[in-house]
Design a protein around this ligand. Structure first.
Ligand code: ZN
Length: 492
C-alpha cells in the first residue's frame, strides 16, 4: 500500500470594514437588508463612469501585511480580471495581478510558520437571490464594490487541523487590527482550499483540486479530510485526479465537482486603465507605511506569551485572554489596581502572583459566564476594574466565602455596586470570629454523635462531614478552614 501525504494551500477573502466602497463613495454596509440601496453608477458598472481607489482600504491591506511580516510593495497597481457573471455588472472585477500590495509574509499556526505568498486588494461582487419557486433570479448590488482583501499561502499546510488553525489565527489577527469583523457566518470571511496528495517523500506535487466557498472553520476541516480520503481512493484504484473546482455540501459532508479549473490566462488580466498605479515609496507621500506600522497593536500570539511570562498564568488561560482583547485589557487593569493595593501593604511578589491567578480564574469563569449570558461586552460591564480588584482582595483576605463571592459578583454585575457596601448590605461577610464559630460547632457535635465517634476511631472522612454540617448551619458563612481546625482541636 502506498502512503499518501497532502499538500494544502489556502486562499482567504476578507471584506474590509471601511466606511465607503472600494471605488465609489457608496456606503459599505454588509448589514443592509434593503436590496440595491447602497449603489451608484460606478458600482453598477455603467459605461463612462470612473473608479477612485479607497485610500483606507489600501492602508488596511498594508496594515495586515505588516502584521504578518510581509514585504510591502513600493510599486503596486490594479488589474482587470475579465469574466462574465450576472452579479458582476462591469464584466470584469478590479483586482491585482502581478503587483500585489504585500508579499512574502508568514503566520504561526500551531507552532509552525506558514509562509504567505501574497495579500492583495480587489472588489467584491454583488449577490444573486433565487426566490423560492420563482422562474427567475434577482440581483442585489449592495455588496458590489465592497473592498475585499485576499490572502494566498504557499502550499505547505500539512493537515486539516493546521488549515483550520491558520484560518482561526488569521481571523483573530484581522479582528485585532480592526480591518474586518471577519464574521464567517455573515460572509465577511470566506475560505478556499487547494489540495493535492502525493506518495510520501515524493518531491513533485500531485494534481490539485480547489474547494470553494467554505464558510466555517468546520467546513475547512471537514472538506480537507473528505478530499484526502477521496483522492487517496481514486489513486489507489489506479485513477487520475482531475484539476477542477469543487464545492462543499455541508448536509452530505462531501465535496462535489463544480467546473474544470480556469487558468489565469482565461481571465485575460490587463492593467486597469482608469486607475493610476500606487507609488508606496516615502518620497511619493501617498502612504505613510511607517505610521501604519506604529498603529499596529500587540498581536495575539505575542500577548499570549507576554501574559504567561508577566502574570505567571497557565498557557490555556493566556490563550483565552489572547483571543479576547477586551477581556485581556480588563484583566490587566485589575492587576494594575491590585499592584497599587499591594504597594500600600508592602510589596510581596508571591502575594501578587496569587492575587493575579485568582483574578485570571474569576475573570475567565464567573465574569465571562455573566458576560456571556447577558451578551454584554466587557466595555459595557458595570464592574469597574477597581471594584473587581477590591473583590479579589476580599476573597484573598477571607472576608468573603466562595459561595458569598459568587453572590457578590452577581450583585456587582447587576448594579455596579461597591463590594464593601454589598458585603454589609447583603450580609455576605465570612464569619471568622472564633466565638461565633464555636457556638455552631458545639451544636453540630451535639447533633452528630455518630460522626464524632467515627472520627475518634480514626475515620478522617467524618471530619469533612462535620465541617460540611458547620458550613450548612452557618448558611455558608463560616470560614471553612477555621471550622476544620477548631473541630480537630475540640475532638482531640
Ligand atoms: Zn457605488
Amino acid at each position: 500500500m502506498i502512503k499518501y501525504e497532502p499538500t494544502i494551500g489556502m486562499e482567504i477573502h476578507v471584506e474590509l470594514k471601511t466606511n465607503s466602497k472600494m471605488f465609489c463613495s457608496c456606503a459599505n454596509d454588509p448589514d443592509e437588508i434593503e436590496p440595491n440601496k447602497n449603489i451608484c453608477p460606478v458600482c453598477m458598472g455603467h459605461p463612462g463612469t470612473l473608479p477612485v481607489a479607497n485610500k483606507k482600504a489600501v492602508e488596511y491591506v498594508i496594515k495586515t501585511g505588516l502584521a504578518l511580516d510581509c514585504k510591502i510593495a513600493e510599486f503596486s497597481k490594479f488589474d482587470r480580471k475579465n469574466y462574465f457573471y450576472p452579479d458582476l455588472p462591469k464584466g470584469y472585477q478590479i483586482s491585482q495581478y502581478d503587483k500585489p500590495l504585500c508579499e512574502n509574509g508568514n503566520l504561526m499556526a500551531n507552532d509552525r510558520k506558514i509562509r504567505i505568498t501574497r495579500i492583495h486588494l480587489e472588489e467584491d461582487t454583488g449577490k444573486l437571490i433565487h426566490p423560492k419557486g420563482a422562474d427567475h433570479s434577482l440581483v442585489d448590488l449592495n455588496r458590489a464594490g465592497t473592498p475585499l482583501m485576499e490572502l494566498v499561502t504557499e502550499p505547505e499546510i500539512k493537515s486539516s487541523a493546521e488549515a483550520k488553525e491558520f484560518c482561526r489565527q488569521f481571523q483573530l489577527i484581522v479582528k485585532y487590527l480592526g480591518v474586518s469583523d471577519a464574521d464567517m457566518e455573515k460572509g465577511h470571511m470566506r475560505c478556499e482550499v487547494n489540495i493535492s496528495i502525493k506518495p510520501e517523500g515524493q518531491k513533485e506535487f500531485g494534481t490539485k483540486v480547489e474547494i470553494k466557498n467554505l464558510n466555517s472553520f468546520r467546513a475547512v476541516e471537514r472538506s480537507i479530510e473528505y478530499e484526502i480520503k477521496r483522492q487517496t481512493e481514486v489513486l489507489s484504484d489506479g485513477g487520475k485526479i482531475i484539476q477542477e473546482t469543487r464545492g462543499w455540501d455541508a448536509n452530505k459532508q462531501q465535496t462535489y465537482s463544480q467546473r474544470k479549473k480556469e487558468e489565469a490566462h482565461d481571465y485575460r488580466y490587463f492593467p486597469e486603465p482608469d486607475l493610476p498605479p500606487l507609488d508606496l515609496t516615502k518620497k511619493a507621500g501617498m502612504f505613510d507605511v511607517e505610521k501604519i506600522k506604529e498603529s499596529i497593536p500587540e498581536m495575539p500570539l505575542h500577548k499570549k506569551y507576554r501574559f504567561i511570562n508577566q502574570y505567571k498564568i497557565t498557557e490555556e488561560n493566556a490563550r483565552i485572554f489572547s483571543e479576547d482583547k477586551e477581556l485581556a485589557n480588563y484583566f490587566e487593569q485589575v492587576v494594575s489596581e491590585l499592584r497599587s493595593w499591594i504597594k500600600t501593604k508592602g510589596i510581596d511578589r508571591d502575594i501578587l502572583n496569587r492575587l493575579t491567578k485568582l483574578t485570571a480564574n474569576y475573570t475567565l469563569t464567573e465574569l465571562q459566564r455573566l458576560l456571556y449570558v447577558n451578551g454584554k461586552l466587557v466595555s459595557n460591564c458595570k464592574i469597574t476594574p477597581e471594584n473587581f480588584a477590591e473583590f479579589i482582595t476580599m476573597i484573598y483576605e477571607g472576608k468573603i466565602s466562595s459561595s458569598g463571592a459568587q453572590a457578590m459578583l452577581e450583585e456587582m454585575f447587576a448594579t455596579g455596586g461597591d463590594p464593601s457596601n454589598i458585603l454589609d448590605e447583603k450580609g455576605l461577610a465570612q464569619v471568622s470570629d472564633e466565638g461565633e464559630i464555636e457556638k455552631i460547632i458545639d451544636e453540630v457535635i451535639k447533633n452528630n454523635q455518630k460522626s464524632v465517634e467515627d472520627y475518634k476511631s480514626g475515620k478522617e472522612v467524618a471530619l469533612k462531614f462535620l465541617v460540611g454540617q458547620t458550613m450548612k448551619e452557618s448558611k455558608g458563612k463560616a470560614n471553612p478552614q477555621m471550622a476544620g481546625e477548631m473541630l480537630r482541636k475540640k475532638l482531640g
